[in-house]
Write a protein that binds this ligand. Structure first.
Ligand code: NAD
Ligand code: DAU
Length: 336
């Protein structure tokens, strides 16, 4: 299959998953990339500095800026949108930037791709489906109803509905993917796995919200990127695809695995305040992606990916040192 684009615009390409996706585009296609990123607290030029050059250029700007986005979209033949406010705890403390970026920003991108008839792939989350009961064996599928529960997931659901409406009403060429929890290098230390790894590296005990019973469905970020590439190559326009790698684990199990891999006693963690409205369990059934598009994850053993991720944080302290200080100051204020 030939990659169907020569010039790709990647909003949010200086963040965790967007930067990983840009690396995949460089390695697996001949396309050139423009990263459009506001460089909020979550984005950093150091994340992409070693790939900027002949094939990758960078524009600092916001996706809600209609004029900028319209100009950039007109110069590209594919937009893959990773730009978002992405952290639940921040959305609980102050939802305003989530509405602005995730809703108004997606609206601006949609108007631009409509105006210039440019293909869009929109990155979304499994959190749009709400949560599953601990005792419920079912998983989310493409036909699960939307039922978001946090300010973050409500704005992501709104963005998905905007994309679907623009497909249905204006016939824009778009696909959507909803992925489960990612882990891997370059993830901001506000997120669960890098927060606990960097805590242990600094001699601080990991912190579990509530009882640690909540379940997330982990996928390595490389597998998220390979799935998105596959959807862009072969997915049906107008469709939604769920991305997951059968990685369900309780938060307690993940913390104990991190402690074990880092040579610490597995009971050296603290239970702290729970997250308000904390979603219980997420689980993805990715069989449509596997059966229809022939995709499969490369990381089938969570411990292998986790160990490599621990090594990355151990070897890249300068990348995360500053964000660790500001992140822990925020968590101290929220009792986490
Ligand atoms: P991230 O917070 O690491 O990166 C987001 C990037 O977007 C940052 O570089 C930031 O500077 C940029 N950005 C934020 N607001 C912007 C704006 N208004 N204009 C331009 N750029 C802006 O997030 P991530 O974890 O890489 O998530 C990327 C996407 O994947 C998001 O849409 C998120 O909802 C989705 N997603 C994330 C996960 C996960 O586990 N992290 C799982 C499924 C889906
Ligand atoms: O499911 C996909 C979503 O996964 C993405 O859409 C989001 O962008 C991404 O942030 C992630 O959301 P979560 O809220 O699940 O991820 P987070 O890393 O914040 O937390 C994972 C779990 O760990 C959750 O149950 C809360 C818990 N937690 C989190 C932190 C930061 C802890 O127990 N302790 C912590 O210190």
């Amino acid at each position: 299959m030939v990659f169907p684009a020569k010039r790709v615009l990647v909003p949010g390409g200086a963040g965790f998953i967007g930067s990983n996706f840009v690396r995949h585009v460089l390695a697996q296609t001949d396309a050139s990339v423009t990263i459009l990123d506001a460089l909020t607290y979550a984005g950093s030029l150091t994340t992409v500095e070693n790939i900027l050059g002949d094939r990758v250029s960078f524009v600092r700007g916001r996706i809600e800026d209609h004029a900028l986005v319209d100009q950039l979209v007109s110069e590209h033949d594919l937009v893959v949108n990773f730009a978002a406010e992405s952290h639940n705890d921040n959305s609980i403390s102050d939802p305003s930037s989530f509405v602005k970026t995730n809703v108004s920003g997606t609206f601006a991108l949609l108007e631009a791709v409509r105006n210039h008839d440019v293909r869009l792939h929109h990155i979304s989350t499994d959190e749009v489906f709400g949560d599953l009961d601990f005792d419920d064996a079912s998983k989310f599928t493409e036909s699960t109803s939307y039922n978001p529960s946090s300010p973050y997931s409500a704005t992501k659901a709104a963005s998905d509905f905007l994309v679907r409406a623009w497909v249905h009403t204006y016939g824009i060429r778009a696909t959507i993917s909803n992925c489960s929890n990612n882990y891997g290098p370059y993830q901001h230390v506000e997120k669960f796995i890098p927060r606990q790894i960097t805590n242990v590296l600094l001699g601080v005990r990991p912190r579990l919200y509530g009882t640690g019973r909540n379940i997330r469905d982990w996928i390595h970020v490389d597998d998220h990127s390979s799935a998105v590439l596959r959807i862009i190559e072969a997915g049906r326009l107008g469709q939604t695809y769920l991305i997951g790698a059968n990685g369900e684990r309780s938060n307690l199990e993940v913390v104990q695995e991190i402690l074990r891999l880092m040579g610490k006693p597995i009971d050296e963690f603290d239970l702290v305040n729970d997250r308000p409205g904390h979603d219980r369990r997420y689980a993805i059934d990715a069989s449509a992606l596997r059966d229809e598009l022939g995709w499969s994850p490369a990381f089938t053993d969570f411990c292998v990916g986790l160990e490599a991720t621990i090594d990355w944080y151990r070897n890249n302290g300068t990348w995360w040192a500053d964000q660790k200080t500001s992140t822990e100051a925020f968590y101290a204020r929220t009792g986490h």
